[in-house]
Design a protein around this ligand. Structure first.
Ligand code: CA
Ligand code: CA
Ligand code: CA
Ligand code: CA
Length: 277
């Protein structure tokens, strides 16, 4: 009895500690499919797509969304009007691969969706698709500028990257045998490639900015698109943020065989020379 009376408060204390530990900022939603996982924080604490792993290698530093336009004095991070989010396991494999988030300011509602499609383990390939829909429930047209920023650090490092703009709706970033292609569904109004975090700074510096339709970088690439739209009263607009596909091509088997063969021939040659001497 004495032992039980003494142990009871410590059990309560542990329960309180456990509750306090769980009361911090909401943890990130983690999508998992096949060989890939993505970490997304849709709410205002450190919001953004924070990590994208394919076969255990993280290729993404940061990606997120901003809105501005009309009479707004600056761009705002989408999470500043966060409402709610849910994750979904559509293929019932025990892991959610789709995130749906809702944002609301006044009579404007924004829904954001991310869908991860991984490949088989070791395939080096996965796709993340983002879609955003704005609905204007007011009685006047809405002038909106939307921005999507992508800061990939392929193969886990900012170094060794190239970025090519292959068309109005297509950016390709490459590091060695790893490539990410980002294709947007909706033709953008503007684009920019820059040294990170130059574009991020534009979107968070408290004034109105437009992307430069130009750009280059020195060591740590990021790129972004901008969509300017007028959404009619009681109308909606869907922006395909893009289908990003990461592909890491394995060393060609022929190259591996050649390397092994060369090594074997080298050893044979050394043996012949050893015998001759
Ligand atoms: Ca699933
Ligand atoms: Ca890299
Ligand atoms: Ca700005
Ligand atoms: Ca980067």
């Amino acid at each position: 009895m004495v032992i039980r009376r003494e142990s009871a408060p410590s059990v309560v204390a542990l329960a309180v500690i456990a509750l306090l530990a769980g009361a911090g900022p909401t943890s990130a939603a983690v999508l998992v499919d096949g060989n890939s996982s993505v970490e997304i924080k849709p709410d205002p604490t450190s919001a953004g797509v924070l990590r994208w792993e394919v076969d255990g290698v993280n290729h993404l530093d940061y990606s997120w969304l901003w809105y501005g336009g009309g009479l707004l004095p600056q761009e705002y991070s989408l999470d500043s009007v966060y409402d709610s989010h849910t994750v979904h396991d559509d293929d019932n494999d025990g892991n959610p691969e789709r995130l749906e988030a809702k944002y609301q300011y006044g009579l404007v509602e924004i829904t954001l969706s991310y869908l991860l499609t991984g490949g088989p383990a070791g395939s080096g390939r996965a796709t993340l698709e983002g879609t955003m829909t704005l609905t204007n429930d007011s009685t006047s047209p809405l002038n909106a500028n939307l921005f999507a920023l992508f800061d990939f650090d392929l193969n886990g490092t900012a170094a060794d990257e190239t970025v090519e703009r292959l068309g109005a709706q297509w950016m390709r970033q490459t590091d060695g045998n790893t490539v990410v292609d980002v294709l947007v569904d909706t033709a953008p109004s503007a684009w920019e490639i820059a040294e990170s975090p130059a574009i991020y700074n534009k979107l968070t510096d408290g004034d109105v900015d437009n992307l430069a339709n130009a750009g280059s970088f020195a060591s740590d690439a990021e790129f972004a698109w901008q969509w300017n739209a007028i959404i009619p009263a009681s109308g909606s607009m869907t922006v395909g943020l893009g289908e990003a596909t990461i592909t890491t091509t394995p060393e060609p088997a022929s190259l591996i065989i050649w390397t092994l063969l060369s090594a074997a021939l080298g050893i044979a040659g050394w043996r012949r020379r050893s015998k001759a001497s």
